[in-house]
Design a protein around this ligand. Sequence first.
Ligand code: HEM
Length: 337
Amino acid sequence: MHIIISLTVSFLAVFGLVVIAFVGVWGAHLEWLFGVVIPYLAAITFFVGIVYRVIQWGKSPVPFRIPSTCGQQKTLPWIKRSYVDKLDNPFTTGGVVCRMILEVLCFRSLFRNTRLEFGDGKEIKYKSAKWLWLGAMAFHYTFLVVILRHLRFFTEPMPFFVKIIENVDGFFQFFLPTVYQSGLLLGAAVTFLLLRRIIDGKLRYISLPADYFPLFMILGLVTTGVLTRYVFKADVVSIKELTMGLVAFHPVIPEGISVIFYIHLFLVSVFFAYFPFSKLTHMAGVFLSPTRNVSNNTRVVRHINPWNYPVKVHTYEAYEDEFREKMKDAGLPVDKE
Ligand code: HEM
């Protein structure tokens, strides 16, 4: 039952946002609010929120190494370490950097994800599970490409790499305007990630509106983006005037921009404002994750808690001095007679 509630609440929340933007622009002509005020507020919330979260994480004490449990730690010279151990359990900063690069660019820990299965009911088996990794890679890389392509709305002249990405992404020109595969693949990847949560019973059990909402939100972004480009064929020249006005802090609302663009922009704004307070901030958090960003040299360097203060302790010797006679009477062994 809770899945139906979570799904409905998340879907209705996104649908409600679409209705708000539609009524606001089409009915009430609040183009300034949806085209300028809300995007600015969202951008401020995004940057302030991310900086706040990173500062909070940065202030959290990490007095000790959190050794990764995978891989052989560097120890006595005759205990061998393979190159995988050096990545899993890096001893040097160079090793940590390599681990982080592979984590961020290739989602290495997700690649090593396993699935637990009960064989024929008697034994537990761990099986390789690569679909999530594949879906996550497709999702994140297509998202990145879509965002980079959007730079054409915010730059003049457009950076050379955006043109290259556009050419590669729009390689199959079977439609006008050119179909960008990354946008469609992004939609497919989000749908896969959503269905995975709905179909798999174990995942369904642990999924909350906070998991469904971002997925519906991104689906909403892709759908409205695709509609803007391919169905309503919005006036890109006027849209660029608006977006360039926003980045130059000389906001303008040109005539003739269709409502679908404002709906897309409103969803983007809510998405960015929501970002720092949601699980989506893992984007910034990965760099502050102690299991990823510290080297494991605990057998070579003694790490002392920097804010250790002298603690008045009751040593065992003092305890025994205090209770020796009583311990003897009770027949308990004592160190000193
Ligand atoms: C999280 C951020 C965003 C996502 C995921 C997103 C996604 C998309 C997608 C998938 C498309 C379909 C075409 C394509 O593949 O490029 C699209 C189109 C479009 N998006 Fe976005 N978008 C985002 C942010 C923005 C922003 C900030 C703006 C402008 C202020 C914007 C304006 C547009 C416009 C004007 C189109 C139509 C493009 C055209 O006709 O060439 N989008 N968006």
